[in-house]
Design a protein around this ligand. Sequence first.
Ligand code: DX5
Ligand code: ZN
Length: 225
Amino acid sequence: MTFDRSLKIAPSILSADFANFGAECRAIEAQGADWVHVDVMDGHFVPNLTFGPATCKAIRPHIKGVMDVHLMIAPVDAYIQAYADAGADVISAHLEAGPHIHRTLQAIRATGAKAGLALNPGTGIEAVEYLLDLTDLICVMTVNPGFGGQSFIHSQVEKVRKLRAMIGDRPIHIEIDGGVTPQTAPLVVAAGADVLVAGSAVFKGGSVDRPEVYGDNIRAIRASV
Ligand code: DX5
Ligand code: ZN
């Protein structure tokens, strides 16, 4: 996984058909997805529960590109190796998931996966100042984590701008997660984001039998920036 800051669209399978993840991953990649965003939720750190390492391992063969695993779980350290073994290319942990995020990022990197640092909307960027050298991606949540289809939190655009300035020319992706649409995407890309997660905006109106709708939705986001 080489670093470049070109725009990437990462559909979130949280909005996909839970009975058909393999076909859905193949469909969104065939329709132009750059990464596949996999939302792991434990019903503890967030008030929703999705799936675990076994599901990630099962869908891995159906993803040609980057499998971007977003861990909305606490505690997180005990599970990192399982997601690395499942084939995750990027493993993002929430800064808020425990007291030792510095150690968590070290543990993710030690598996060979890229280390992602996810920030809830209420968390300021001063929290990442001493973590930049351990981080390959910073996921700025633009909704409160737990569900797809929520409204974009506009206060986070300024956070992205400040984060971009703090990162400088370090090879760190800024990923936006939540409420990304053709209306909100331009705001965050102008502020410095390069990876856009989109669930409902990609999957709405489509299906594995109508995957061209996924392509139209992905193209609409890409064309908006
Ligand atoms: C929310 C997840 C997001 C979500 C995005 O907790 O982390 O990835 O699936 O869904 P949309 O794009 O519909 O807001
Ligand atoms: Zn996510």
